[in-house]
Design a binder for this molecule. Sequence first.
Ligand code: GAL
Length: 840
Amino acid sequence: MRRVSTEFLIVSFLVVAAAAATVASGVNVTYDHRALVIDGKRRVLVSGSIHYPRSTPDMWPGLIQKSKEGGLDVIETYVFWNLHEPVKNQYEFEGRKDLVKFVKLVADAGLYVHLRIGPYVCAEWNYGGFPLWLHFIPGIVLRTDNEPYKAEMKRFTAKIVGMMKEENLYASQGGPIILSQIENEYGNIDKDYGPAAQTYIKWAASMATSLDTGVPWVMCQQKDAPDPIIDTCNGFYCDGYTPNSNNKPTMWTENWTGWFLSFGGAVPYRPVEDIAFSVARFYQRGGTFQNYYMYHGGTNFGRSTGGPFIATSYDYDAPLDEYGAPRQPKWGHLKELHKAIKLCEDAMVATDPTTTSLGNNLEASVYKTSSTCAAFLANVDTKNDATVTFNGNSYRLPAWSVSILPDCKNVAFNTAKINSMATIRRFVAKKNGNELIASEEISSDWSYVSEPIGISSNNAFKKPGLVEQINTTADQSDYLWYSISAESEGDESETVLHVKSLGHVLHLFVNGQLAGSAIGNANNPTVSKDIPITLKPGINKLDLLSLTVGLKNYGAFFDTTGAGITGPVELEGLKNGSTIDLSSMRWTYQVGLKGEGLGLHTGGSSLWVSGVPKSQPLTWYKTSFDAPSGDDPIAIDLSGMGKGELWVNGESIGRYWPAYIAPNSGCSDCSYKGSYNSNKCLKGCGKPSQKLYHVPRSWLKSSGNVMVLFEEISGDPTKISFTTQVLQSLCSHVSESHPSSIESWSQEKSRRKRKQEPKVSLECPHPNQVISSIKFASFGTPQGQCGNFRHGECKSDNALSILQNACLGFKTCSVGVSTVTFGDPCVNVVKSLAVEASCE
Ligand code: GAL
């Protein structure tokens, strides 16, 4: 009796203790009209997107660490349904798909997570994240009030929430997840779904809430998000945004740090002065949560990219580049911005801002209580700098900039004044530590397999008429063969094949020879082409290879957009000048390539023959290679190749297409001043949209790596080279009047007394490197940019030696930018110091 009761006591004690532990470590996350409230405190938060499958698990800790150093509080990621459930009810969560591991690594770094489950995610991800099998469920209509769809959406959302709960990953359980998203930008396209759109959104909201995560849910771009879901803003600017209830905080879930690249397009970039301006404006006007989309964009490995035509690189011009290195000065300038904003946090969470005009296009917003005061001064003029008076002091505000005054007096930061280091990184081909002048062949040992042209598989089938491609392939492959024979009477004849396709690319083979190709583009994937061909007397074999290049991921009913040769297909003048319509005739179809069926991408099979035929369409190539030494990131330079897919040790690096060249025009100089859009700032006109492809280090061994390429059009694999990313230069250009923009001389003097003189600071990013040379230094009126600085009319004689003394041999150095250090080479002129250095 007694024994039993002791046991009972022990058991109940354990139960109580366990419950207490959960409660003690769990954090309450709620919100009010000002901010997210975490553990009873309103917070001003800075967030950044990193999509776990766009890098490798060994890159994750570094990316998260650099995000933390860059001043982020939160890491945001989507969850990619088709990655985790490629076949219905068969889940995959290993390697790059290990969501739990990713969330735990963010927690280990002390950061929060915003988990955007979607499960529709857009994201330039294949089919917006939807598994293709959804499309084939009878009666299904995606993203609307449709029972079969809702059942699947609920099942997957509940599955993810369940996994997170099981691992105690919600903040309410002591984990890092403070926020979750359901759906994605449905408000942008809901009109097209009619009245069912509203009932769907209400259902999605209550379905999500019923999963009881203990943390708030958001819907982005959803003005009618039902309570308690917070509606949030996405865009290049969100300072005008107000949520749909006064009880909800103003949140920005996607501030696009650049834009995505398309095959056939030029490379978009967004100047950091403009990003910083947009962020400061948002916090100035009452926002308290902002997320950079992307903070690290990464790589669309395999066939994961959406589309059509979205490139394999998803670099996005993000603060961390595709390879994970800080993109400077973007990363550093935003870091300084975050510091300044955090200095304002107490004032910002205490009250709403009061905004007043300081003149035309000039605006002051003040967060003030009896104990705190922070101010943001904005000049939204796109051309003219201005001097404003605020609280009795005078401030210089460059055009299109915001100054942040955490004490309502001193300027901690101005968005247009870049004080952080810039870097130039390059990809160089190296051998034995030396840069190769002409790229050497990576291997002399090539073998190849010629992919049969036309039908080769037992799975081929015949059908009258032309079929739609996605319904036929179910996206098991990019490729679908359409084959037919045509009889030609008389002599050899020159004629034309008219072909129309919904896209995205097609290659026509006549009697086994490539006769022509038709290629769509990101804006218009359809193709309509007249291909001149030569027919021989008798039977002619016409084989059309149609390809998808990533399935559509955006727009109303995007999931029903078709692809492939839906016709008409017509042969001109076969007999007596008439045109023959082949469209409704009996065609033979084959889904995928023979080599895909054989698994040639791994390098296995006995079909490989030694040699490296060049300029031959439909060819599989294989070689083995040693990994480039060191630990710098690797990119393979595929100049010389046409279009296809690349594998290393069986892992798909992605689709490659260096033959698709960006237009010659559209890359004019771009000013950060004035509203940004995704076409405003482009580079790389007239060049391949993408010639470098990221090969993650963790996929390589030191030697004996197997590389396989499938080339569709024409390539010369011997021109391929391996490059590694190296730091070419560190630069800094700082003005002596930085950072304070207070104009009065007495304030300037007191700042100098407080030793707040501006500084040039340099730091070699690699832990084992030191500053090895000062390539340029000038104090006076230097001109130009990192990589091409030049002296101005005014310059001191001692800048180079002062910098050499202070920096050479050190990992970091810092030099005051003032006449105290350098003497005064030109009195009454505002001077600056420009430095370019290198590390070894
Ligand atoms: C947004 C969308 C994101 C991404 C972005 C463009 O509309 O929500 O998922 O596609 O556009 O990069």
